[in-house]
Write a protein that binds this ligand. Structure first.
Ligand code: NAD
Ligand code: LMR
Length: 342
């Protein structure tokens, strides 16, 4: 039997929880945009999860072959394919987690906000279907600009009368994955041990790694803080430029998204020790949405961890204030878009 997941786990604060017996595969996951650059490797990684009983792959094209291919892996989940708007509702029936990587990626020279015009409409349409077919599911939004697509999703869910702020997440796990990697490289640390909370949003200066809160504790010079912060903030652009017109991060994103799905499934399964950074409705700051560490439970966000914002360095405090106007404008833009459509 497949006992061990190959999917990376998030930090565990309580070491004993890793001794819990492996639960049975019983959760249904839908991926909307499953034939894309992120969707394909993400589907494969989720197929490897011992917690998943059914994997629903939806896209507007090319998803049959992806599903046929992945379905041959001898892991527990059954793989079903769904193509086009007429099959969208069926792809969402009875699912516990919906992951949305549908939409266009950046090319060199573009900002994430340049994707707004196309991706906002895609996210709106998909969330309408989520509201109608699986309003209780955890919803993971990957499509950029995340700073705006999550507020759009929230408004659409409100309009449908089914908004549950505890179950709507912007996926910012890749920022944490990158921060952990770059810090471990820079400070010669064992990667597995490093955990850097990343707060704010998911674009440019709105991505704020809290290096002073790195676990285990590590000291940085001012130059290291500056260099690491800028590298983490520009890491998406680093990949976009390296791919030179062929898209943005797909493989590292799939890895990060699979980690967030696995964390959500463990939380749904009753593991009381699951923490992840993500972009959620929040009262941590004056902004209505903010990424921070949250505790995940069966009902979604159980607690937004406020302690990470206590005792920040002067550098972090300045960066936190500096990101707020941009993040606020992106949130506002998303809300306005959702209201214009009604
Ligand atoms: P891609 O173009 O390779 O794949 C996108 C997929 O979405 C395609 O298969 C396409 O057919 C599908 N699609 C388009 N419209 C659709 C619709 N209405 N319904 C369902 N599927 C639809 O792009 P990608 O590289 O996989 O990136 C997808 C998105 O993820 C982009 O917006 C990108 O900016 C974003 N992204 C976010 C993060 C993050 O950290 N949150 C990281 C990387 C990429
Ligand atoms: C990333 O951080 O890699 C994604 O948001 C994709 C991008 O456009 O940079």
């Amino acid at each position: 039997a497949l006992r061990d997941s190959c999917i990376p786990k998030a930090e565990q604060q309580n070491e004993n929880s890793s001794n819990n017996p492996q639960p049975e595969a019983s959760y249904k996951v839908a991926i909307l945009g499953a034939a894309g650059g992120i969707g394909q490797p993400l589907s494969l990684l989720i197929k490897m999860s011992p917690l998943v009983s059914a994997l629903h792959l939806y896209d507007i094209a090319n998803v049959k072959g992806v599903a046929a291919d992945i379905s041959h892996c001898n892991t527990p989940s059954q793989v079903l394919d769904f193509t086009g708007a007429s099959e969208l509702a069926d792809s969402l029936k009875d699912v516990d987690v919906v992951v949305i990587p549908a939409g266009v990626p950046r090319k060199p020279g573009m900002t994430r906000d340049d994707l707004f015009n196309i991706n906002a409409s895609i996210v709106r349409t998909l969330i309408e279907a989520v509201a109608d077919n699986c309003p209780d599911a955890f919803v993971h939004i990957i499509s950029n600009p995340v700073n705006s697509t999550v507020p759009i999703a929230a408004e659409v869910l409100k309009q449908k009368g089914v908004y549950n702020p505890k179950k709507l997440f912007g996926v910012t796990t890749l920022d944490v994955v990158r921060a952990n990697t770059f810090v471990a490289e820079k400070k010669n640390l064992k990667l597995i041990d490093v955990n850097v909370p990343v707060v704010g949003g998911h674009a440019g200066i709105t991505i704020l790694p809290l290096l002073s809160k790195t676990k285990p504790w590590v000291s940085f010079t001012d130059e290291e803080v500056q260099e690491l912060t800028v590298r983490i903030q520009n890491a998406g652009t680093e990949v976009v430029e390296a791919k030179a017109g062929a898209g943005s991060a797909t493989l590292s994103m799939a890895y990060a998204a699979a980690r967030f799905v696995e964390s959500s499934l463990r939380a749904l399964d009753g593991d009381g020790d699951v923490y992840e950074c993500c972009y959620v409705q929040s009262e941590l700051t004056e902004l209505p949405f903010f990424a921070s560490r949250v505790k995940l439970g069966r009902k979604g966000v159980e607690e937004v961890i406020s302690s990470d914002l206590h005792g920040l360095t002067a550098y972090e405090l300045t960066a936190l204030e500096a990101l707020k106007p941009e993040l606020e404008a992106s949130i506002e833009k998303g809300i306005m878009f959702a209201h214009k459509q009604t």
